[in-house]
Design a protein around this ligand. Sequence first.
Ligand code: SF4
Length: 422
Amino acid sequence: MKIRFIYPRFEKLVESRAELASLAEIKGVGNFRMPPALGIPILAALTPEDIKIELFDENIEPINYNEDADVIAVSFFTPQAEYAYSVAKKFKAKGKTVIAGGMHPTVIPEEAAEYFDSVCIGEAEEIWLTILSDIKNKMLKKYYYGGYPDLSTLPIPRRNIFKNKSGYEWDGTLVQVSRGCANNCEGCIIPVESGKEYRFRSVQNVIKDIETIGSMDFFFTDDPLVLPNQQCKKYLLQLLEETKKLQPKPRIFLSGSLNISIEKEYLNNLYEGGVVCLYIVFGCDPFSINAFRPGGHKFFNWSLDIVKRIQDSGIHVFTSFGLGFDYQDKSVFDLSLEFAGKANIKTAEFYILTPFPKTPSWFRFIKENRILHYNWSKYNSANVVFKPKNFTDMELLEGYLYCWKEFYKNRLIDSSIDIFKP
Ligand code: SF4
């Protein structure tokens, strides 16, 4: 049997907004291509050796529809959904068995089921072998439910499935260490997709994974890692105790929000463990919710202080400012730029709130009849797909473009952090 994994194309920020394309500096941040997340390499690692596997990443190469594989497995998130359905239709017309998995089929499986022979809902690790066996025995079911596997059994992802592919512009390798989050932030899909309990890989397993990568630049993909609760803090510090021993010294990219511990000792531990950059998403945490609402001066200054403390510990801060939340009004555009200026931010992104299916904002906007359309390709955080509260949709879009242009006016990307460089 041969399986062809497919990662369908999706519209990048600059593709969505041609008016930003001429700003080459922006292109470096908002439009780069990186390998897909780890779902496909993990399934590749679980696939028995007698089954041949290959990948088409449509973001860097065209799909060959004259494929000799028996099974086409398509992994996709919301902005890829329409392309994914067209891919499934074409392969089905050629008699192939097509299977869907990933974030979007997990949250709207009934939609994916219209186009695919079978839909894998949730995390596939514990059901992948069953799916393969059912294909062999011609007993494929319409739905498979993955649940929330114990991460201690995760295999080392087979990242060599990306081998020999040119076109990726960012080689910071992704390393997954946890799943799930106990919080319930407005626009976040993580608790919806991966549950409300934190699950962690063993530290030894993560280190073993890092040692197979062949590079010491990597990105821990999990936003909850830097949350200030005891579980996340304890785990991250244990992990960094081990990364600290790696040679050469690693350069780790972490992501999170302003909801982070700012004790000096904690931040020093992050730095000593190899963290060079923290990607901070503004919009959902209690600090940025209060700092970017009209009259939130006290929180604005506290938020500046959080960023300064992180920078003072030697960690570069890359910010992603969220625009369009109900607690914001038109002042948010200048406030975001003022914040970036005062915090001496060198690398920033701006995103428009997007009600991804089954997130809290999705349910609220449906109830309030505020979803403008379900054109999934536009659900990429560069388009207004809902009716904002304190702006018109055009004001929100123009404010978003204004922020990008103003921030990058006369500015070059900070070349001292080459983890960002294409
Ligand atoms: S935004 Fe972060 S803290 Fe909030 S639910 Fe998502 S992962 Fe958890």
